[in-house]
Ligand binder design. Structure first.
Ligand code: IPM
Ligand code: MG
Length: 356
């Protein structure tokens, strides 16, 4: 099994190093190959997703990804910005199904900004379509407005679009995931306004008929944003498009206390996957040894389960993380009174120790 390791920018290299440390003690006989991505790749070769990196990712069974992005690249033209690397990888690998679990670990209930009773035991799975929608829809660009209140003015525009097969396959993903959980799917859209969303809702309903034992309900995205902070435990599997999923998955992540805890998986039809923490590159704390490596370590566990067919080893990593949390170790992002503050490397070492 071959894994492409793409640490990227900001805290990426520090947290990926800890995940690799954890994988190495499991002695899995993985072939690991590292490459530049994001801002660091732009520095070394002039492009955030160099061809060699894209090729390595294509040939690998899985990609372990850190994070990309730094404010210092904000003024580059869009096609050269670090974010294009992750968008490019999603597109070239066809990673249409993004799994973003939002789980509240019992030990971290007090790290959430919501009341403990609202989030204790929270376990939501957000499934975000990742290769369509307004992110990738063409045309997009800048032009001169030919209608509306400001004819002749400069305008920016993007295209929201979904084809039926794109919606069908992500719905199958969602319903199959729900079959393994509590048999409930909430499909989130904005069909009271958007044509794209009306098709989304129609297809969701149709595909739902093939899963009669799974209950499907529909929710508008604005209401979903509200319900997530009002009664988050009402959700189980939430499936939505690329744009709404981007926003709601950050919201759901924060409910759990720390985005520093949450892994993610992005899969294509062949179960090739890209695994990355749900948080970003956090340039403000990069290089300081403060970053929480657990989201990346848990992403490596998801990689073993989904792409490398090693579920027992994935369970072992997840149990080790729970043990470390139970022992009271906390990086600053999840620290609360009465627990022990540790840095990135110490946290990784503790997971390794718990595995042994
Ligand atoms: C995410 C990120 C990306 C996205 C950015 C970095 C392009 O916010 O993975 O959620 O918008 O999808
Ligand atoms: Mg996002």
């Amino acid at each position: 099994m071959k894994v492409a390791v793409l640490p990227g920018d900001g805290i990426g290299p520090e947290i990926v190093a800890e995940a690799l440390k954890v994988l190495s003690v499991l002695d899995l006989k993985l072939e690991l190959e590292q490459a530049d991505v994001g801002g660091s790749a732009y520095e070394s070769s002039g492009h955030p997703l160099p061809e060699a990196t894209a090729r390595l990712a294509q040939q690998a069974d899985a990609v372990l990804f850190g994070a990309v992005g730094d404010w210092k690249y904000d003024n580059l033209e869009r096609s050269l910005r670090p974010e294009q690397a992750i968008l490019g990888l999603r597109k070239t690998l066809g990673l249409y199904a993004n799994f973003r679990p939002a789980i509240c670990y019992p030990e971290l209930t007090h790290a959430s900004s919501l009341k403990p009773e609202l989030i204790g035991g929270l376990d939501i799975l957000i499934i975000r379509e990742l290769t369509g929608d307004i992110y990738f829809g063409q045309p997009k660009g800048r032009r001169t407005a030919v209608d509306g209140p400001f004819i002749g003015a400069e305008e920016g525009f993007d295209t929201m679009r979904y084809t039926r097969p794109e919606i069908e396959r992500i719905m199958h993903t969602a319903f199959k995931a729900a079959e393994k959980r509590s048999q409930r799917v909430t499909s989130v859209d904005k069909s009271n306004v958007l044509e794209t969303s009306q098709l989304w809702r129609d297809v969701a309903t149709e595909i739902g008929k093939a899963y009669p034992h799974v209950a499907l309900d529909h929710m508008y995205v604005d209401n979903a944003a509200m319900q997530l902070v009002k009664e988050p435990k009402k959700f189980d599997v939430l499936v939505t498009g690329n744009m709404f999923g981007d926003i709601l998955s950050d919201e759901a992540a924060m409910l759990t206390g720390s985005i520093g805890m949450l892994p993610s998986a992005s899969l294509n039809a062949k179960n090739q996957g890209l695994y990355e923490p749900s948080h970003g590159s956090a340039p403000d704390i990069a290089g300081k040894g403060l970053a929480n490596p657990l989201a990346t370590i848990l992403s490596a566990a998801m990689m073993l389960r989904f792409s490398l067919n090693m579920p027992a080893q994935a369970d072992r990593i997840e149990r080790a993380v729970q043990k470390v949390l139970a022992s009271g170790l906390r990086t600053p992002d999840i620290y609360s009174e009465g627990t022990q503050r540790v840095g990135t490397v110490q946290m990784g070492d503790a997971v390794v120790a718990a595995l042994k």
